[in-house]
Design a protein around this ligand. Structure first.
Ligand SMILES: Nc1nc2c(c(=O)[nH]1)N[C@H]1C(S)=C(S)[C@@H](COP(=O)(O)O)O[C@H]1N2
Ligand SMILES: [Mo]
Length: 210
């Protein structure tokens, strides 16, 4: 199943809007961003190695029962494809990126949340974390992805699994993810504790602080 995220201000039938060309791009790209066709690689520290036999994906914290998948089990989950624009806090935006993987919604279907659970801390290799409200985590277009533009992810872009949260600046899209922790109270992740904005909405230019 493919899902294309409608972009902000997308002209719709019946509104009399035409859009197109530069005008369309202007309304599609958040303030202070430029469009690139490249796909820059950005992360802290070295690219982690991947061992298929020991890799797992876990859900823990405020859940009735913890959940763990091996690599092969995780890859059996139902997949979907999402086409979305992504926005990096350093200024580049990339339009119509195409991802394939498991929706965050599908992943959470396998646990029962405790009623206090309101935040998600995403855990990646080497202690990298990023935080999201449950609502931001569960947006329809969010994926745990292993394919990008029809190809398996490369190691530097997050192989074997990365989160993709197109609605927020791209640092929330943790590469090399290994699990999620459900929390009652928000806890800043890696970049968030170094001064990046706690939420990171590109349309509000929530880059640093706050
Ligand atoms: N594990 C991990 N994921 C990470 C980061 C990181 O340092 N470690 N950096 C984030 C930042 S700041 C950005 S902009 C994007 C970049 O993704 P890309 O290298 O695929 O473009 O990854 C995000 N995911
Ligand atoms: Mo970034």
């Amino acid at each position: 199943m493919r899902f294309r995220v409608p972009f902000r201000n997308e002209p719709r039938f019946g509104t009399g809007e035409t859009g197109g060309g530069h005008e369309l791009e202007r309304r599609r790209v958040p303030p202070g961003q430029y469009v690139t066709d490249r796909f820059p690689v950005l992360h802290y520290g070295p690219v982690p190695s991947f061992d298929r036999d020991s890799w797992d994906f876990r859900i823990w914290g405020l859940v009735e029962e913890e959940k763990r998948w091996t690599f092969d089990q995780f890859r059996q989950l139902p997949t979907r494809e999402v086409v979305a624009d992504i926005h990096c806090v350093t200024g580049w935006s990339k339009l119509d990126t195409r991802w394939e993987g498991v929706s965050t919604h599908e992943v959470l279907r396998h646990v029962q949340l405790k009623p206090e659970a309101r935040f998600v801390l995403v855990h990646a290799e080497r202690g990298f974390t990023t935080n999201l409200s449950l609502e931001d985590f569960l947006r329809e277009e969010n994926l745990f992805a292993w394919r990008y533009n029809g190809e398996e992810l490369t190691p530097e872009h997050g192989w074997p699994l990365r989160l993709v949260v197109p609605s927020l600046y791209f640092w929330k899209s943790a590469k090399w993810v290994r699990g999620i922790e459900l929390l009652a109270d928000d806890r800043p992740g890696f970049w968030e504790s170094y001064g990046y904005h706690n939420r990171g909405d590109p349309w509000k230019e929530e880059r640093y602080g706050g």
